[in-house]
Design a binder for this molecule. Sequence first.
Ligand code: HPA
Ligand code: ZN
Length: 348
Amino acid sequence: MDVATALDRLPKVELHCHIEGTMRPATVVELARKNGIALSTADPTELYRYSNLDTFLEIFWLVQSTLGSREDWARLAYESIVDGAAHGLVYRESFFTPARHLDAGQDLADIVAGLADGLAAAEGETGARAMLIADIDRAYGGAAGRQMVERLSELRQAGSPGVERVIGVGLDSTEIGVDPTDFADAFELAGKAGLHRTSHQGEETPPSYIRLGLDVLGSERIDHGLSSLQDPELTRRLAGERIPLTVCPNSNVVIANAVPRLELHPYPRMREAGLLATLNTDDPALTDMDLGREYRSCMEAFDYRWPDMVEIALDGVEATWLDDGGKRDLRARIERDAAALGQGLDRG
Ligand code: HPA
Ligand code: ZN
């Protein structure tokens, strides 16, 4: 077997993937038509070229705006896991960012129920498992973020359908010019409600934002954390405390344009510095990527060997919010399948 196929089949977890960013182009077209959203082209992939995070977000927001009902969210979630599982995904903690939809009058209860419906259907078909992280959209500000967390807490208390899937909150969208401390209230409330916390930091911003994500927002993980190495003391802390970074190397090239070529990405140096740097796709359908190719392209660009890739997959498990038993089971599965796949690899 060639290594590309083996990497595609290697069981993998993913902790940095926006469910809206997994929407199939055909689904974008169908939902846009159904919900009266104007697309300037019959082939949305023509729009998928970005010069920085904000130009990407304009397209991400357009794609998001096609989701109009519980059924739409269910379809998105179902297709997202089916497509991920086709490339070795076995467990995902997936972001969804409902600010735009809540602002337009959708109810968080319907969004969560729809997503949970779709995830359950896909789990039954693929055996992959998926949980959800409700992301606050920085562009909507701290008050909207707090309202979202309040509504989520209400739904948890009421045992609203599917709400048990939502295990944490996150923070995404535009970084530059937004003060992370605006979201301290929302994150504090999430912590009190027993939700995990993570936040996008350091995709386009310096290490000081990563520190704020940890110290002011109480983030247990940092999404991207691309600028970590610029601050040696922060790097020592992240490594020493095994604080996971959910790194998306291809996204950093294609979306943020923060790195000109994959070969120049700091990922290998991050790992050499002892960081728990996991591998993720971010928005695979909007960047022509999948998790198998994310692993393969990084293996080639960073001159990694098969055991390095297995170690990266196992680090993904450590970084999840699964309980110890869940982590042990997943680790055992990856080790078993990796050994079998490794045996069958083409040599030479
Ligand atoms: N960064 C911030 N917001 C996002 C991203 C990202 O990489 N993807 C989707 N929303
Ligand atoms: Zn992201």
